[in-house]
Design a protein around this ligand. Structure first.
Ligand code: MD3
Ligand code: FE
Length: 215
């Protein structure tokens, strides 16, 4: 009897890095200027803010959201909300370039079409990081999460199913797309720091888009 591999071969430029983790290096590069314009438009409507976490600490990464829902954290806890508490109105819609990019990601990853209802946008400056955590506030944890890295490189921390598991590092570069599903979807992860030179569009910062189906 032979053991079947759980690592299904993915088409095109897709690399399978782990069980449930597909990388599409540089896939978003052709969209760079349209993505930068779209993020600029979103943060005009829903400005960057440093949210508090329930412990009372302030996040070092600045955040915004678009889509039907947006990510909120405060002393009350973590949740998704259809209203941006800062403006009292709905979040900006997902811009067309995000939808176009998602369609290409679906095609290149070999995953089915993915219909997110939110995109969380994180902004990291020189000082920002994101501690090791799991993402578990989405209603149905079976849906994949798609992340898109823009701007300066970052050292990504990628752990396992429990906090005790060993943590590996992965350098996330401008335009890199990762699709997290299955077991990888629940893995601990974080951002240690930014690295490398400034970026022509984003300067010394880094932006990360995470597309989620949260509701
Ligand atoms: C693995 N963001 O927003 S992107 C987050 O670069 C978050 O801003 C980081 O972790 C960032 O929650 C990491 C890669 C990523 C995003 C979401 C994941 C990896 C993930 C959700 C589940 C598992
Ligand atoms: Fe996360």
């Amino acid at each position: 009897m032979s053991t079947l591999s759980l690592f299904a071969p993915a088409p095109g430029n897709a690399l399978t890095l782990d069980e449930g983790l597909i990388a599409l290096p540089g896939l978003a590069l052709p969209y760079a200027s349209a993505l930068a314009q779209a993020v600029q438009d979103i943060v005009q409507e829903a400005p960057w803010r440093h949210m508090q976490v329930p412990s009372g600490h302030r996040m070092s990464a600045a955040q915004s959201s678009c889509g039907q829902l947006g990510w909120i954290s405060d002393e009350q806890g973590y949740r998704y909300s259809p209203i941006d508490p800062q403006s009292g109105s709905a979040w900006p819609a997902l811009p067309l370039v995000f939808i176009d990019l998602l369609a290409q990601i679906a095609e290149e990853s070999g995953q089915g079409p993915f219909l997110p209802d939110t995109c969380l946008i994180n902004y990291y400056d020189e000082q920002a990081h994101m501690s090791l955590h799991q993402d578990r506030n989405e209603r149905d944890l079976q849906h994949p999460i798609v992340s898109v890295s823009l701007g300066r490189e970052a050292l990504f921390l990628w752990g396992g199913a429990t906090r005790k598991d060993s943590v590996r590092t992965l350098r996330l570069r401008d335009g890199d797309v990762l699709v997290w599903w299955g077991p990888s979807r629940m893995n601990f992860h974080g951002i240690r720091r930014l690295e490398g030179p400034a970026h022509p569009l984003w300067g010394s910062g880094r932006v990360n888009l995470t597309f989620r189906r949260a509701g």
